[in-house]
Write a protein that binds this ligand. Sequence first.
Ligand SMILES: [Zn+2]
Length: 392
Amino acid sequence: MQDMSSGDATNGIVPLAPASAARIQLAPGAVVSAIVRRAAAAAVLLPALACVAGGSDVDAGPADVAGEAEATSDAGDAGPDRACGPARLGIRPVLYLPSDASLSAAEEGRAVDLLARHLELGRTHFSELLVADTFCVEQPIVHRSPRTATEYQAAASPDSAHLMAASLLEAAGQDRNGSRDVFVAVFVRPPDLPCGGERPCLGGGRTFNGYPGTGGGIVQLEITSLLADVPYPFQSTLVHELGHAFGLVHSDCYGEDLALGRSIMSYNPEHWSVGLERSATPGTLLPEEYFLLDGNALAFPSFGYEAAVHNPTGRPLVGIDGTCELAPMDASLGPLARAGYELFFDGVRVSGPDAQFYTRGQARESCAWNVANQPAGIAILCLFDGARIGGR
Ligand SMILES: [Zn+2]
């Protein structure tokens, strides 16, 4: 099972409500009581966070064991260039090889070529939907990780998405905040470790830092899907996961039926592709999704939401206030530069470190709860990324 605040697990059948896991632990009002509990837990949590931050151990990646080989990415002699420029989000195709998986040079070449063709097709799809703009694609890389496929398979906290993202960022010399890459990582397995059954297949997408326009992200896909559409159709899944990596959640958050929706962010089988053949009825975008992609100027610098074009029936948009939003990836990926949610009582910050990883919707919910339930004599201030979102 993937992190609940990410995109999809397995073949796209498991409906993963955006940020639902976080919502469970973040019932309104939990912020303050969690602080008390966190005082005891801090002794455990803080050393781990300090390690993530790097400290003096410059060579060790966030989750690497000392003495392990470093991850490397082959990007030809030129290294991981930036065809998309330093400021624009670039989609980075990655063939992701655990230490116990290998492909011949010819197989690697074929896989990288096929991935590039799929990205071009996905780019065409977004281009048709947005008309004005589409995303930029970087040169592919082959990433060799010191971890085994079994380690990724067994990873729970941090999960495989966090481990893979950390390894890719390290090899690229980037951090979560400054990265402008969406890594589309196609996971290669050793022949004796196929996914399925006891071994859930990787499949998902998310942003490193939260809502649209906050930087890079990661998409995880299985190589069997790339080569044979097993266990899920590659092209249509790629488009869906890229949507997550651009900051979109599932379309049921906007009221669509996931099984029947017209959005690329639904699970409608009528959108499914076969190889490089797109469905005759590919997914589209909802008004809310157009609106949110307009907010991702790093990915789509010249796309602009126009109500008359993107919401011709003029229906009220739902969930664009942060309710339908992916949470940032957790602290195992390194410190988050954004302030996120902060709650103050009488001028004193009472929110714990977890609050930084709230979505805007969760922050509003917590703020409203505290305003309604804290004793009247307490002055309350709620900030999100430094801006006031509520209080009294
Ligand atoms: Zn999804």
